[in-house]
Design a protein around this ligand. Structure first.
Ligand SMILES: Cc1cc2nc3c(=O)[nH]c(=O)nc-3n(C[C@H](O)[C@H](O)[C@H](O)COP(=O)(O)OP(=O)(O)OC[C@H]3O[C@@H](n4cnc5c(N)ncnc54)[C@H](O)[C@@H]3O)c2cc1C
Length: 235
């Protein structure tokens, strides 16, 4: 796959761990909502990041979680920051993965995000709304603590755009003030949906979450061929 040069337009903090990175490609890029890109640190060191934006948007948006000591994401973010400061482009390979949105399906949808897996479901959620799909779409976003949630106003207006769209944040270790759902995010899905047989399920997040969720969802009626996650290639 050919790499394309992108200017780094902005890097800003979404939380104390996650940064939003905006890239302007030197030429139009092709991808489907839910695909990822690889950031080329060198000719051989390429790191995958979900594309948070949609194909219709001219700029590429990434959400990179780089906690202290996280060398994998941290090195990618450092590279982006260095190129941004120098006004130099980065090289990316766009349009990868096998978990893209199936736009022709009219089955109800579960979007399951663990942590920065939100980037992936964000792209698909926006694409679904832009296509005016009038189907149930349940967006579950699991985080360790509630300060890891962002884009809450944007998500509220997404949910308000169709009464069949819903956002369910699930916090694993909430503060005493948290009034919403708690626990592991895939367990909230299992509690809410008695049979997953009818659903298309898209998931991104820690690989361990994808593995556990896949098995639990199959046990609750979900079909493997209607589950989409690039993490499956790694587990
Ligand atoms: C194709 C691809 C694309 C990627 N894209 C990105 C990207 O865009 N941005 C990025 O930063 N990284 C990306 N990564 C790297 C990796 O997926 C992330 O590092 C990972 O999602 C980080 O999760 P987290 O630390 O934010 O989640 P955590 O904060 O660790 O977990 C969030 C929630 O996930 C659930 N969960 C976690 N562990 C388990 C478990 N063992 N069992 C059940 N549920 C669990 C819980 O509900 C938990 O609250 C990508 C990797 C690949 C292969």
């Amino acid at each position: 796959m050919n790499a394309i040069a992108c200017q780094v337009v902005a890097i800003e903090a979404l939380t104390h761990v996650v940064s939003k990175v905006v890239l302007a490609p030197a030429a139009p890029v092709n991808f489907i909502a839910g695909q990822y890109l690889q950031l080329c640190l060198t000719a051989t060191d390429k790191r995958p990041f979900s594309i948070a934006s949609t194909p219709e948007q001219p700029l590429l948006e990434l959400h990179i979680g780089a906690a202290a000591g996280d060398n994998w994401s941290g090195a990618a973010l450092t590279h982006l920051q260095q190129q941004f400061a120098a006004g130099e482009p980065v090289q990316v390979e766009v349009g990868l993965g096998h978990a893209a949105w199936q736009a022709n399906s009219d089955r109800p949808i579960v979007l399951l995000a663990g942590g920065t897996g939100f980037s992936y479901v964000h792209s698909i959620a926006l694409a679904i709304a832009a296509a005016k799909k009038d189907i149930p779409v349940l967006l579950y976003w699991g985080v360790k603590s509630e300060d890891a949630l962002y884009y809450q106003t944007e998500l509220a207006s997404w949910a308000a755009s169709n009464r069949k769209y819903q956002v369910i944040p699930v916090v694993q270790e909430p503060s005493a003030q948290w009034q919403g759902r708690r626990g592991l995010v895939h367990e909230a899905v299992l509690q809410d949906i008695v049979s997953l047989e009818a659903y298309d399920i898209y998931m991104a997040g820690p690989f361990a979450m994808a593995g556990v969720a896949r098995e639990a969802f199959i046990a609750q009626g979900g079909h493997r061929e209607h589950m989409f996650a690039d993490a499956f290639a790694y587990i």
